[in-house]
Design a protein. Structure first.
Lengths: 284, 800
């Protein structure tokens, strides 16, 4: 558990950080809370020449309102997200799902931005921002760029951020009045989700008017489940939800690993989608 | 203070003396030890399960910054012999060479190939990648049955076989004959997955040489400093009297540090070669490859019984995965289990055969329970199968077969003499605490309703043999050492007490318990006792800590040594009080003359009088200090009844433990809080085997579960609140009446949990789920049972 040698930079401004990243090119890695990067370094699965610690850059932490949108600084820790009254009121799904991330020690160190930029399909929050249809704001040498969540996750552990771009904030549309639930399935409390389902549901007159379903660990990136979303529209009782959830795994390509087969993951996606929607709507 | 009555210590829930130090870290872990000029070792390990080393060139690594030396196996071969196996279980056991650093061939992923010596740990780790090794791959040997087939590739080609040994035991009537007369014959196969011990502190070793005198001090995170000293002397040729082994505070072992490891020998050889102090510290993922594993068996079990559920005979055929080499007690682990398959039950016939099998995987050896959890699992699972087969409640089937309390002492069919026990009492208490009948009623209702979340109830009525061990029994088992333990009591001039013990605690709380035992016998305050351990120079005689032996053997030795102190003190007291020894009473640390209570001397006063020796009896050796070496007359046999209720979600396959009740009988209890802690930890590890942990290898012999992200160790968040209670039937075989408790929870809990899982699913047609009962396996079991029985109607209900 000895990381390979690397250089270390700790910029104190956004400009300096972007400049440092631009100079280093592909060989730099950004360090935020360190809960994903440090294990990779210690297991010698990542060999950056330069680690850029962004922890001292002011203004990247905290939550504020901007009209119908919540703006969450990328360095806001999971713990702060969970505690934040604005997040709890307007983006309950995010607070609720963040409570399931790892353990208290990790939640006090790990950051929302770091978790998203790491782009681990087994992470809980990528699917959550996908369901919330959040936007991610990056700053690079060319200035600011806003990336819709659905365009942010490129592949396994790969985002669409350029090497010289830094994720600075996450813009979450307020979803007041929507029901929500994150159904996480994992074998021990501290392990990653085998499969997770984020459900966001708007009801109208007792029926589901609109449903957003996003899946954790059902492919190389977090995925929406459009077939299930469509099938859920109009559902008015538990039986209808259960039927609609049968299509939750359509179009997914879950992996095979030591903890589960693709068939079992697909099965779980269907069961968990049913449960997540029932919990989100209170129909269960 | 002579008038102050001393409250009895034994039985008090004393906070542990060692905790302040251990919890705050103001102590000496091996990795904290730093000496001037210390060099650091890093070890290059085989990336393959099996390969011939065609070429190895360490010289490029020598060019790396900070590197002092680099050695291959050949470079160190002169000062390093084969690692020892102390338990040749049969006369013709196949014992392969086990070089600490591979010479020509690597035989498991993680087998050490070369070692870098550098000025700091980072430089050592970085230089590993510069070592050049050409491997010629050889076929891996992974499956126990395939390994025994004709033409199977061999782990050790020079031995001509992958069969390490065949060890039989046959007692009572002929099993085949018994089977002919039986109403019910059940054959089951159970698999004990490999487990990876996870001591909180990884292994570490520091060796400091005194070049001028040829002496070496070895600090090691070990359970066995005394045995290690002897074995390191054998492996390296450093004479035993020139070696001092210290086990500083050691952060857990669970058997994984009951070992003589290559890294310990390598560190000593390099310190000797370079004349410099060296340190090696294992990382967690390195330990997963390099620290021995546990379990790893296939158990074919056959039971013969009457239709009333009375056992007639038991036959066990065992394939035991040795891994690539036979380490310290590798071959003996399944043999410890051989005696435990008959458990608490009476029967007429018992046949056991164990075949040890080499594979190209990390060697196996002792892991909490060591042979007894495997045996207990098989018999307790089979008893549930018998209950289902004859339509009886699982508790009732056990009741019809167990040894009744009035039958003790009882010699089991395997030849062990159980000195004491009361299975009825423990079971009745557990059933009441659990609410057994109510849970059965709820289960029945839920099954009737066809709930997707099923309730299952599992029982395990276990016993185990621990407190290793009578030396003569060990001789009969061909074990290479005895089973005694040593203790010394030093009465200091100021009346304080030092207890020197040959046990080597690594988390158990010996300092506290030995203080309680000594305080009671000597009549001194608990706080006045210190316990010295884990250093061959200051506690020169010992057999160390494993097999739930420390209290039973080592604690009893402390008790006996303290009694000897009192007897010596009595002579001095009689002399000073001008009374005969027979006229003296000794209570609460004070000798007084019967009938004239004002004539009195405290043991502290006598300690000082003996120190000055101005006025001790003629001819008396002027010391109260006493030694005792105790060889136990029998094993100790804790027992108990564990009950587990699980809820199994048949949609996802997820199992949740709803309640867990255990009533253990560990004899007389010295410190109930420590006993409780041992039970909790044991339960966690036993439940871990049932539901979570498994060392997984791929088809090429790579360890897939190579980090804690893939090898799932449950935490408190995953475990229920345990309800623990006790019955107390004192052991008849030791002066304290105590039985071991270190492994009981692990031994009992695994079958209780799996029995509960299977009990939940039995109405759906499921008869077994392979461990660990992962959600996917449970889901698969339900799915395949339902496709086999398309009618969909519930089958035989487990009747209450």
């Amino acid at each position: 558990m000895i990381p390979p040698a690397f250089d270390y930079a700790r910029p104190t401004s956004l400009d300096e950080a972007v400049r440092t990243l631009a100079e280093a090119g592909e060989d730099a890695k950004v360090l935020a809370g360190g809960q994903s990067l440090l294990p990779l370094l210690r297991l010698r699965l990542a060999f950056p020449e330069l680690v850029v610690d962004v922890g001292r850059i002011p203004g990247l932490r905290g939550v504020r309102e901007d009209g119908d949108t919540l703006v969450i600084g990328a360095l806001t820790t999971h713990h702060e997200v969970i505690q934040d009254p604005l997040v709890r009121r307007h983006a309950g799904l995010l607070a609720h799902a963040t409570e399931t991330v790892a353990d208290p020690a990790v939640r006090h160190r790990g950051t929302l931005g770091g978790s998203l930029a790491h782009a681990d399909p087994a992470g809980d929050l990528p699917a959550v921002v996908l369901a919330l249809e959040a936007e991610l704001v990056a700053v690079g040498p060319g200035g600011r760029r806003t990336i819709p969540a659905r365009e942010f996750f490129a592949d396994y552990l790969q985002s669409t951020l350029a090497p010289d771009e830094l994720l600075v904030e996450i813009r979450v549309p307020k979803r007041d009045g929507w029901g929500f639930h994150y159904e996480k399935f994992h074998r021990v409390a501290q392990s990653w989700a085998m499969v997770g389902v984020a459900a966001l549901v708007r009801r109208d007159d007792g029926h589901i008017a609109e449903a957003r379903i996003a899946l954790t660990n059902m492919g190389a990136t977090p995925l929406r489940a459009p077939a299930a979303e469509e099938a859920l529209t109009g559902a008015g009782d538990a039986a209808a939800v259960a039927r609609a959830a049968q299509s939750a795994a359509e179009g997914t390509r879950p992996s095979r690993d030591a903890s589960a087969s693709p068939e079992y993951r697909a099965h779980l996606a269907r069961v968990l989608t049913k449960r997540a929607v029932l919990a989100a709507t209170g129909m269960g | 203070m002579t008038d102050q009555a001393v409250e009895r210590e034994v039985g008090r829930a004393r906070l542990r003396k060692e905790d302040a130090r251990l919890i705050t870290g103001q102590t000496n872990w091996t990795d904290n030890i730093s000496v001037t000029g210390l060099l650091h070792l890093a070890i290059l390990r085989s990336p393959m399960a099996h390969a011939r080393i065609e070429r190895i060139d360490v010289s490029p690594a020598l060019q790396r910054p900070g590197v002092v030396a680099v050695f291959s196996g050949r470079d160190l071969a002169d000062g390093l012999g084969s690692l020892p196996c102390a338990w040749p279980v049969t006369e013709d056991m196949v014992l392969p060479d086990h070089p600490p650093l591979a010479l020509d061939e690597v035989r498991h992923a993680g087998d050490p190939v070369a070692v870098v010596v550098a000025r700091d740990r980072y430089a050592a780790a970085d230089a590993l990648e510069a070592i050049e090794v050409d491997y010629e791959p050889l076929p891996p040997v992974l499956d126990l049955e395939e390994a025994l087939a004709e033409q199977a590739p061999l782990v050790h080609a020079d031995k001509g076989t992958n069969r390490a040994y065949v060890w039989p035991l046959r007692t009572g009537e002929d099993f085949e004959a018994v089977k002919q007369g039986a109403d019910v014959v059940l054959k089951r196969r159970y698999e004990q997955q490999r487990l990876i011990p996870n001591a909180m502190e990884p292994r570490a070793v520091v060796v400091t040489p005194l070049a001028a005198s040829g002496e070496y001090t070895v600090y090691s995170a070990t359970q066995i400093p005394h045995i290690l000293r002897i074995m390191l002397s054998t492996v390296t040729g450093v004479p035993e009297h020139k070696l001092r082994v210290i086990a500083p505070d050691v952060g857990g072992g669970f058997g994984s540090k009951l070992q003589v490891y290559g890294e310990e020998a390598i560190a000593l050889a390099i310190a000797r070669k370079l004349g410099r102090p060296v340190k090696w510290t294992e990382s967690r993922s390195e330990g997963y490859l390099a620290t021995h594993h546990g379990r790893g068996m296939i158990q074919d079990v056959e039971i013969a019984a009457t239709r009333e559920g009375k056992l007639l005979g038991l036959k066990v055929d065992l394939l035991a995965d040795m891994g690539a080499y036979l380490m310290l007690v590798t071959p003996g682990i399944p043999i410890l289990g051989a005696f435990m398959y008959p458990a608490i039950y009476k029967m007429d016939s018992y046949e056991f055969t164990c075949t040890g099998v080499f594979t190209t995987k990390t060697p196996t050896d002792a892991y909490r329970g060591a042979g007894r959890p495997e045996a207990t699992y098989a018999i307790e699972r089979a008893m549930d199968e018998l209950a289902a087969e004859v339509g009886l409640d699982p508790v009732e089937v056990r009741r019809r077969n167990w040894i009744r309390h009035e039958e003790f002492p009882y010699t089991s069919i395997a030849g062990l003499t159980y000195d004491s026990g009361n299975y009825e009492a423990a079971t009745e208490k557990a059933l009441a605490l659990f609410g057994y009948d109510e849970l059965r009623a709820e289960q029945h209702k839920r099954n009737e309703r066809g709930d997707t979340v099923r309730l299952g109830i599992g029982v395990s009525t276990y016993t185990e043999m621990c407190g290793l061990a009578p030396s003569r029994v060990l001789r009969d088992l061909r074990y290479g050492a005895g089973g005694w333990e040593a203790a010394s009591i030093r009465m200091l001039p100021t009346g304080k007490v030092e207890v020197v013990t040959g046990t080597s605690p690594h988390g158990q709380g010996h300092v506290t318990c030995w203080s309680q035992i000594a305080a009671d016998v000597l009549g001194v305050p608990f706080e006045d006792v210190e316990v010295v351990h884990g250093d061959t120079k200051v506690a020169p005689q010992g057999m160390d800590t494993y097999g739930s032996r420390s209290l039973v053997v080592g604690g009893s030795a402390v008790h006996r040594a303290a009694e000897k102190v009192v007897e010596k003190a009595r002579k001095v007291a009689a002399h000073l009080l001008e009374a005969s020894e027979q006229d003296l009473e000794f209570r609460d640390g004070v000798f007084s003359v019967k009938g004239s209570p004002e004539a009195r001397k405290s043991i502290q006063e006598i300690a000082f009088e003996t120190f000055t020796s101005h006025d001790v009896p003629d001819g008396m050796e002027p010391t109260l200090n006493s030694d005792h070496v105790l060889d136990p007359e029998n094993f100790s046999y804790p027992h108990g009844t564990h009950l587990c209720a699980v809820e199994v979600d048949t949609e996802t396959g997820q199992t949740r433990i709803r309640s867990y009740v255990c009533v253990d009988d560990v004899g007389r209890v010295i410190n109930p809080m420590i006993v409780e802690g041992q039970v909790h930890g044991g339960l966690a590890q036993g439940i871990a085997q049932a539901l979570y942990e498994e060392a997984v290898y791929d088809d090429e012999g790579n360890l897939v579960s190579g980090t804690m992200a893939d090898y799932l160790v449950p935490s408190a968040a995953d475990l229920p609140d345990f309800v623990t209670d006790r019955t107390e039937t004192p052991a008849a075989s030791n002066p304290l009446g105590v039985k071991g408790v270190g492994e009981a929870g692990t031994i009992a809990s695994t079958p209780a949990v799996v029995n509960a899982v299977v009990d939940a699913l039995r109405p759906l047609g499921v008869h077994d789920v392979r461990m660990p009962c992962t959600p996917e396996r449970v889901w698969e079991a339900v799915r395949s049972a339902q496709s086999e029985q398309p009618s969909g109607s519930p089958r035989k209900e487990a009747s209450a």
